[in-house]
Design a protein around this ligand. Sequence first.
Ligand code: GDP
Length: 300
Amino acid sequence: MLDNLTQRLAKVVKTMRGEARLTEANTAEMLREVRLALLEADVALPAVREFIANVKQKALGEEVIASLTPGQALVGVVQRELASLMGADLGPEASQLSFAQQPPAIILMAGLQGAGKTTTVGKLAKYLREQKKKKVLTVSADVYRPAAIAQLKSVTEQVGADFFPSLATDKPVDIALAALDYAKRHFHDVLIIDTAGRLGIDEAMMQEISAVHAAVKPIETLFVVDAMLGQDAINTAKAFSDALPLTGIVLTKLDGDARGGAALSVRHITGKPIKFAGVAEKLDGLEAFDATRMASRILG
Ligand code: GDP
């Protein structure tokens, strides 16, 4: 069992009462514990390094108010810095979706196979219909797995949105353009385009999704990533972020046990806001992302 960070730091904190400033010496041991906690939460190493360097820079020389020990002061710096990296300072607008001035607003979903894209399309369609009163059309540009098209049809019907059928023999770009044309003619407010994901990153997949992006110019390009993804999160995020101008992230499967270090790795690479969290398989399992709660979860 892993010690939780606060307990871990408490052990170190006891040895540090009565010091008035955070110094290199009195923080080194605690920063080692923070580093370990982040690695155990599966935050990728480059993101851990950057985080520790930032905390150190913010903490050193900081005066410790009389009621706190240096340890408590450092825990405060760690928590604030992590919440801020998770997006706590971005303000509530950061997690809002943008809608085009001229409907339909197009949302393009990107991510590896199994990340939760199709499920998230259903959840978003439900949210947009019920909370934002939008008329929503979905389409699948996944021509490789006929089951993927059927799955999207099923989740779309479950939430009462409209589904644009695509043929596995069509090209993804043509499918996206045909759906856009249909959405315009039928006055949909939002068109959500689900795309093929591969099990690993693959050049052809990246070119294909870039071509879809170039053809329809979505206002939102959301990178869907599984919170249980470990060290690989950083490479996956880099590949998608290099191929596409992402506008936000959806972190899925937060109902699992993973501490969710992937969130920090993905923020480190993309700098884009995490807009939503998937918290259940069911189609009502979508929440606005809570940066402060995520920071506590990663710290354990
Ligand atoms: P895609 O290949 O990216 O389209 O992924 P799917 O939408 O098919 O999801 C893959 C699996 O993850 C399915 O079994 C989903 O039910 C499950 N899933 C997706 N999002 C969540 C979530 O937030 N929580 C849980 N527990 N399961 C999820």
